[in-house]
Structure formats: structure tokens, C-alpha cells
Write a protein that binds this ligand. Structure first.
Ligand code: HEM
Length: 300
């Protein structure tokens, strides 16, 4: 049977979004939880990712999926808050998203429990949108065929083709601290000028775009980032979301950001910290439903 990509991954970020992550209720029946996930209506307004623990609950595994690692770099922490299931609801209307989130949780039934809900939004009217620091986010994202190659497993892996993997990481900013920094210091943290989004000629080694420069890795580490700002009563920052044909590109970038390669930490840590981290497999879609056939049975 031919499969398609999840339709929500390639388009740019929506106006508003709701991120929901779920755990599996202890004692839930694997056949029932699998059937409820498989019954989700996969239109262009939802992306769904499956964590390693949900696959294990089904007695299955997927090549290339692992649990998000917890790391410590020089003075920085990278936490893992891996969940079983992750959903990204996209839309134009916050109220509609709230109701769709409730309907989603109801349709998943007693086998799943909502662990976290985060509301995201697009900042700015430009096509790409900005991080809350005011810097455009997504400039160096691959586009067209390159975006497809970066984000989706190709035909060379039959069964897995049109799958994607997603890394999800919530970053909480200290915007007051960032706002007090001189403009040059802010630009040096990112490695671009806020005024015109141009890359700096000689950015410091700690500049975020130096740490993550996709062509500088061997092999090259391209990602399709679809991050969005979030804000709630307690904090604000970036819901970092990146799709990849594997998790490796994200992981090598994060290692370098955390100073695990050369002891130099990303300038972003001066005003932001990661407070979550999860890895998920985004299965392909057949006839508007998730196609889980690539998840092989490890009990056989
Ligand atoms: C506080 C969290 C983060 C913020 C505010 C942020 C913001 C930005 C900004 C403003 C840019 C420059 C424009 C662009 O090309 O998009 C950028 C580039 C980039 N970021 Fe981030 N980012 C964050 C976290 C991350 C993480 C966790 C990763 C991956 C582990 C990452 C990967 C990248 C990549 C690959 C680029 C493009 C680099 C290049 O090839 O030039 N970012 N980010």
C-alpha cells in the first residue's frame, strides 16, 4: 500500500498551535491504545509523534527511534522529559484549538493521560515568524525538495519511507535579561544582526548559528525547524520543534550547543534554558490514518 507524508509537517508555522503530550495509563490494553492512535484523523492540521515507550507498550520498535538523552555540559543541563505520544495541533483560532485538544484527548480514551499542554503562536507578520527575542527564526531552513530530503525518510528504506522523526524541546527565555544586553551582545549570541537578519562577518564561536551551522557537520546536518514562541502565566520562550529523516542531525547540533564537543556552550544559554526534551517517530499516513506497519513486532 502506498503511503503519504503527514500533511502538517511541510507547511510553514501556523498562526496558533497547541502541543499536547500524553503518557500511557498503567495497565492499558495495548490493542486498544494502538487502535485509538491508528483511528486518529490525520488531516493537515495535526502532526502526531510516537515515543519509544508507546512502541514498547505495543511490543514494537522502529529503527532509529530512541528516547531523548539527558546531558550535562559545562554549566548547562539538557533534561529529558520523554513522553509516549506527542501531538501538534495547528490552526488560526485559539478557541477552536482548545476544543480540538479536548476532542483529541477524548478520542484517545482512558488509555492515555494528558501530561502537558503548551500553546504556541506565531510572532510577527512576516512569512517565517520570529522568536520572542525579535530574531527571525527559520531563515536557513531547507525548502522544496531539500526540505523533503531533510525531514522525511526516503524510498531507500522501504516500509519507513515518508516517515519522519521529530525532536521537541521547550526553551524558557529570560527576556528581561536579554533585553538589557547591548545590541551587539544580542547579535553575537545569535550570530545575526537583528536589524536586517544578516549573518555577522566574524561571529564568536559561541554564536548560535556557528554552533548549529548545518553544512559544518560531517555528514551535513540539515533539519526542518518548525518552532513557535509560547507564553503562559509563568514563563515564555520557544517551543523548538525540528523534523528530520533521522534524529542524528538534531543530536549533533545539540551536543555542540551544550559544549560537549569542544567545551564552548551556545550563547543562547546566557538567557535561555531547555526545560523539556522528547523524541518521536512520525509515521506515514495511508487513507488519512497513521500507517504503523513499519513498527516491527519485537515479541515475534
Ligand atoms: C532558545 C532556543 C532557540 C532559539 C531562540 C533559536 C533561534 C534561532 C535563530 C534566531 C536562528 C537564525 C535564523 C535561522 O536560520 O533560523 C537559528 C538558526 C538555527 N538554529 Fe536555532 N534556536 C534555538 C534552539 C535551537 C536548537 C535546540 C537547535 C538544534 C539542536 C537549533 C538549530 C538551529 C539551526 C540548524 C539553525 C540554522 C543554522 C545554519 O545552518 O545557519 N536551534 N536559531
Amino acid at each position: 500500500m502506498s503511503t503519504n507524508k503527514q500533511l502538517s509537517i511541510l507547511p510553514g508555522v501556523p498562526r496558533v498551535a497547541r502541543y499536547l503530550s500524553f503518557s500511557v495509563t498503567p495497565g492499558a490494553d495495548p490493542a486498544t491504545t494502538r487502535a485509538t492512535v491508528q483511528a486518529l484523523n490525520m488531516d493537515e492540521q495535526i502532526a502526531v509523534g510516537i515515543g519509544e515507550s508507546l512502541l514498547a507498550h505495543w511490543g514494537a520498535k522502529v529503527e532509529g527511534l530512541r528516547t531523548f538523552p539527558a546531558w550535562s555540559g559545562p554549566a548547562v543541563q539538557i533534561p529529558s522529559t520523554q513522553q509516549a505520544l506527542w501531538c501538534w495541533l495547528r490552526g488560526d483560532d485559539q478557541g477552536e484549538l482548545v476544543n480540538r485538544g479536548i476532542a483529541l484527548a477524548e478520542s484517545l480514551g482512558n488509555g492515555f493521560r494528558v501530561q502537558e499542554t503548551v500553546d504556541g503562536f506565531k510572532f510577527g507578520s512576516e512569512k517565517l515568524g520570529k522568536d520572542l527575542t525579535g530574531y527571525e527564526d527559520g531563515t536557513e531552513n531547507p525548502t522544496g525538495d531539500k526540505a523533503v530530503a531533510a525531514a522525511f525518510v526516503g524510498e531507500e528504506q522501504p516500509g519507513m519511507s515518508n516517515s519522519s522523526f521529530v525532536a521537541v524541546q521547550q526553551w524558557r527565555h529570560d527576556l528581561r535579561r536579554f533585553g538589557k544586553m547591548p545590541q551587539t551582545e544580542q547579535d553575537n549570541i545569535i550570530g545575526r544582526r537583528k536589524s536586517d537578519n544578516e549573518e555577522l562577518d566574524n561571529p564568536p564561536a559561541s554564536a548560535h548559528v556557528k554552533r548549529t551551522e548545518q553544512e559544518s557537520f560531517t555528514p551535513e546536518a540539515f533539519l526542518l525547524r518548525r518552532s513557535m514562541p509560547f507564553a503562559d502565566a509563568h514563563s515564555e520562550g520557544l517551543m523548538f520543534v525540528a523534523f528530520g529523516q533521522s534524529l542524528d542531525a538534531f543530536e549533533v547540533q545539540l551536543r555542540r550547543m551544550a559544549g560537549l564537543d569542544d567545551g564552548i556552550t551556545d550563547g543562547l544559554f546566557q538567557f535561555s534554558r531547555a526545560s523539556s526534551g522528547g523524541y518521536y517517530w512520525c509515521p506515514p499516513v495511508s487513507d488519512g490514518r497513521l500507517d504503523l506497519s513499519a513498527a516491527c513486532d519485537v515479541r515475534a
